[in-house]
Ligand binder design. Sequence first.
Ligand code: TZP
Ligand code: MG
Length: 211
Amino acid sequence: MKQFDLSLYLVLDPDLCAGIGMVETARAAVAGGATIVQLRDKHADTARMIETGLALKAVLSGTGAALIVNDDVDAAIAIGADGLHIGQDDLGALAARERIGPDMILGLSVETEALAAAVNPDIVDYAGIGPVFATATKPDHKQPIGFDGLARLVDVCPVPSVAIGGLKATHVRDVFAAGAGGLAVVSAICGTSDPEAAARDIADIIRKARR
Ligand code: TZP
Ligand code: MG
């Protein structure tokens, strides 16, 4: 049985983590309460993804936080990551599942109600739903859905979900009220001078919101 906690899902960004780097950012964020770390680096080739991924795996070892690799299935397998996250324009959920086998976590981004309803729960373990708000972190993002849209997509989606896009500590209650299992953040953690404190602030609110 695959175990994972979507509640505070950190998506790394090499540019926003430029000060201390992705590995130290991840270590600090998990110390503060991040439950999942996704390696997302659009500039890196597979060799570089593997190098960073192995360093992340070493710092996350024993913390209970899962390591997910964005898009690069070869890197995810070579790293021995806990999971792979793909978008609608990537290799396809069935092809991804065939490559990674039954035990790795598979996440899929969905941006519309039709895509959320079409998720196959026999193949996909969780959905990333968004963007909730417009965000400069992903300039090519799809139409923002707001919390009403999030609730609608969560409702029709047959797997657990994590909300993404412009989210920060002040949005925690709305995210859980919409039925999502957590929030995925980039700039709310990577773009701060103290990622551990930023993660702890969000994690504290999550703990209260879930009571
Ligand atoms: N996918 C949809 S929005 C987004 C991704 C990767 C970026 C979210 O970044 P931020 O800084 O948390 O708004
Ligand atoms: Mg992708």
